[in-house]
Design a protein around this ligand. Structure first.
Ligand SMILES: Nc1ncnc2c1ncn2[C@@H]1O[C@H](COP(=O)(O)OP(=O)(O)OP(=O)(O)O)[C@@H](O)[C@H]1O
Length: 280
C-alpha cells in the first residue's frame, strides 16, 4: 500500500509538546518491517528517541538504516510495525503529512533550488516542506488576526536570524548551486529548521564537509539540542557519533542490535563483531 493509499488520516494538527503524555518519547518505532523482493531491509526494528537528545544510528552497509529513515518519514510504506510521533501514529502517512505532524528530515538541495538564492531557499522552506496550506500556520504571528504581509515580514526576520545563526548571511544573495558542500549542508539544516519540527532526522549531515564547516555544523546541532530540539542522525563517522551523541542505536541485518550510551556501545562485543572485528 502506498502512502497515498493509506486509509487513515494523518493527525496533522500541531500540538505543543506540553500536551503529550509525560514520558512519551517524541519518536517511537515498534516492530518496523520492510522488504524489497524478498530482501528484508528492515526486520522488526524497535527503538525510541528521547526528547532533547542527539541519537545516532549506526550499522554496517546494508544494515537497514536508510530504509528505516524512509519508513519513518513516509518515503516507503512499511510492511509492518508502527511509528509514533509524540504518541500519535504516523505510520504509512505521506511525507508532507509527517512533516506537518512535526517530523522533518534534511534534504539535498534539489536542482530547481540551486537556481535560487540562499535567501529564497529559506523563505520558501516551510512552504516546500509543509505544503501551501500548512506553511501559513507556522508563519510567525499567523495565529492572531495578522495580515499575511505582516506574517511574511516576520518570516523574513526569522529567516535572517537563521542566516545569522548559521553564519550564512554573507551568502544570502548567492545562488544555492554555487555553495560548497559544507555550506549546502548548513543550508539544508537551516531549511529543515524553518518547518519548526519537533524531531529532526539527519541523513549523513557531514558527508563531504570540510573540517571547519563540520565543526560549525556540529556546534549548530549542539546549540539546537540545548534549545530542546530532538535529533536522530545516521552518520558513518564513528568519532562524531561517539563524541557528540547521547545515545546510539546500532542496526544490523534490519534489526536493532544494541542501543545505549556511546561508552556502552563502543565496547559491546556484538557491535564489534558486526563491524567484522574492526575498532568501533
Ligand atoms: N529500493 C530497494 N530495492 C531493493 N533493495 C533495496 C532497496 N533499498 C534498500 N534495499 C536493500 O535493503 C538492504 C538495506 O539497505 P539500506 O540502504 O536501508 O541499508 P543502510 O544501512 O542504509 O546501508 P548503507 O550504510 O550502505 O547506506 C540492503 O540489502 C539493500 O540492498
Amino acid at each position: 500500500m502506498s502512502s497515498s493509499e493509506s486509509d487513515t488520516t494523518a493527525d496533522t494538527d500541531r500540538q505543543p509538546n506540553t500536551q503529550t503524555a509525560e514520558g512519551t518519547p517524541p519518536l517511537r518505532v515498534e516492530g518496523l518491517q520492510k522488504s524489497f523482493e524478498g530482501i528484508r531491509a528492515v526486520d522488526g526494528a524497535s527503538f525510541s528517541v528521547e526528547a532533547g537528545t542527539l541519537t545516532g544510528m549506526i550499522g554496517p552497509n546494508g544494515a537497514g538504516k536508510s530504509t528505516t529513515f524512509d519508513c519513518i518519514t513516509g518515503f516507503h510504506t512499511p510492511d509492518g510495525g508502527t511509528v509514533e510521533l509524540d504518541g500519535r501514529p504516523i505510520t504509512g502517512h505521506a511525507p508532507h503529512e509527517i512533516a506537518q505532524a512535526g517530523l522533518v528530515r534534511t534534504f539535498q538541495i534539489a536542482r530547481e533550488l540551486e537556481e535560487m538564492t540562499v535567501l529564497e531557499n529559506l523563505m520558501l522552506a516551510p512552504q516546500h516542506q509543509l505544503g501551501e496550506g500548512m506553511w501559513r500556520a507556522v508563519l510567525p504571528g499567523s495565529r492572531g488576526r495578522r495580515s499575511v504581509a505582516a506574517s511574511e515580514r516576520e518570516l523574513r526576520e526569522t529567516v535572517w536570524e537563521t542566516l545569522d545563526r548559521f553564519e550564512l548571511s554573507h551568502l544570502a544573495d548567492e545562488y544555492a548551486g554555487t555553495l560548497s558542500g559544507g555550506q549546502r549542508k548548513l543550508l539544508e539544516l537551516a531549511r529543515a529548521l524553518l518547518a519548526d519540527p519537533d524531531v529532526l532526522l539527519l541523513d549523513e549531515p557531514l558527508a563531504g564537509v570540510n573540517p571547519t564547516l563540520e565543526k560549525r555544523l556540529l556546534e549548530r546541532i549542539e546549540d539546537l539540542r540545548a534549545d530542546g530540539h530532538t535529533f536522530l542522525l545516521v552518520e558513518h563517522d564513528m568519532d562524531v557519533i561517539m563524541t557528540h551523541c547521547d545515545r546510539v542505536i546500532v542496526m544490523n541485518q534490519g534489526d536493532v542490535l544494541v542501543e545505549g550510551p556511546p561508552e556502552t556501545v563502543r565496547t559491546n562485543e556484538q557491535v564489534i563483531e558486526a563491524y567484522l572485528g574492526g575498532d568501533v
